[in-house]
Design a protein around this ligand. Structure first.
Ligand code: DGJ
Length: 377
């Protein structure tokens, strides 16, 4: 009898500790506080990851406490990791400026910074959504900063309204910026038709197109693309960047005119390009959207909500920011999203989930915790 009890205890202990190990340090806990190697909650919101020389570098918005903590009081922070679980704080790599009138003056809006490495120049290029201080979200600029070192400091280069004076490659609307349009109410089908036909493309033709939520994608051939919400957040634009990644080539397309997409995240899987976006509901979560194309500047097809299960209609209370290909693993991607906290932005959480595939179409399901075993590779 004693022996039997002993065996049962041993089996229970084995299962329990085995479970602990499996769910121990090497696990992701979506939506929980995530502490860096100094035991401080990671402060890199709306972020993206650049993998360089065997190390992952996570760049994101440094948020502060309380209301107002969504404006840039500090700048862009960077963390590094070799295993994607443990992150070391590399400090603030792009600092806001204390100079009055500076484009990146403390109190401006710096959102969704993304960093890519340019092999030709050997420089690291950061793009981010910029709104100058005190102007709400009306500037709708994208801005670029560069550094010779991945951990910065990054020097501000310029802000732009992309693609001024050029029509999109896929444009079928009227090419006349002087065309007068009667004021249309936004909920009417006439407004929708007008947006489709390029109402805002024409309005912003001379000064450049609006650019708010944005991301970058570098293709296998080294071509970089800037993907952003434009036309009052109604239409996505995809633009090719120049070889040094610091300017627009003026080759661009419109995706889903009037579709109201934000928070784009792009990745390539089996030679097809996928994009996950959100709808536009401020800091509140909504239903994610998935789209696919055979080429970045080609035709994008809408595939619906990639999330399944409970809270799929709220993207598990988060909003996309980046899709991270896991180095050294075939077809393993991590969906990175933010669970915003507008009343205390510094406490915003990160929802990282593995992308699952069904017939080569990605989908997302909730995990309380997960680790690399889900990738079966
Ligand atoms: C949603 C966007 O995705 C965020 O980056 C931010 O711009 C908020 N809107 C502001 O309300």
């Amino acid at each position: 009898m004693k022996k039997l009890v002993g065996i049962i205890v041993a089996v229970i202990a084995f299962v329990f500790f085995g479970e602990l190990l499996a769910n121990g340090e090497g696990d992701f806990f979506p939506g929980e506080k995530w502490f860096d190697t100094d035991s401080i909650h990671i402060n890199a919101h709306g972020g993206g990851v650049c993998y360089y020389d065997g190390i992952y570098f996570w760049f994101g918005e440094h948020k502060t406490s309380g209301r107002g903590g969504n404006s840039a009081q500090v700048g862009v922070r960077c963390y590094s990791s070799v295993n994607l679980y443990d992150w070391k704080n590399e400090g603030v790599v792009l600092n806001v400026s204390s100079a009055e009138g500076s484009e990146i003056e403390k109190g401006c809006v710096i959102e969704r910074p993304k960093v890519v490495y340019n092999k030709a120049t050997g420089r690291f290029v950061m793009w981010f959504h910029l709104e100058r201080k005190g102007r709400g979200y009306n500037d709708a600029y994208t801005a670029v900063a560069v550094s010779d070192k991945i951990t910065g400091p990054y020097s501000f280069v310029k802000s732009v309204r992309p693609n001024a004076g050029t029509w999109p490659l896929d444009y079928s609307g009227v090419r006349d910026t002087l065309i007068s349009t009667k004021k249309l109410e936004w909920w009417t089908p006439e407004f929708n038709d007008a947006v489709n036909d390029g109402l805002f493309v024409r309005r912003d033709f001379s000064k450049g197109q609006m650019s708010r939520d944005m991301t970058l994608f570098v293709d296998d051939d080294g071509t970089a693309y800037h993907i952003h919400s434009s036309e009052e957040n109604l239409t996505l634009h995809i633009s090719k960047l120049t070889g040094d990644y610091i300017s627009f080539t003026n080759e661009w397309i419109r995706v889903f005119p009037g579709g109201h997409n934000e928070a784009p995240a792009v990745f390539k899987y089996k030679n097809r390009y996928f994009m996950i976006t959100s709808g536009c509901t401020g800091w509140d979560p909504n239903e994610a959207r998935l789209a696919v194309a055979d080429s970045m500047m080609g035709h994008w097809t809408y595939l619906g909500n990639p999330c399944v299960g409970e809270d799929a209609n709220k993207t598990f209370y988060s909003q996309s920011t980046y899709v991270l290909p896991v180095a050294g693993k075939n077809d393993a991607f991590i969906f990175m999203a933010d669970r915003w906290n507008p009343s205390n932005p510094i406490d915003g959480r990160y929802v990282w989930l593995p992308l699952m595939f069904n017939n080569d179409v990605p989908y997302l399901k909730w995990f309380e915790s997960w680790n690399f075993n889900v990738f079966h590779d």
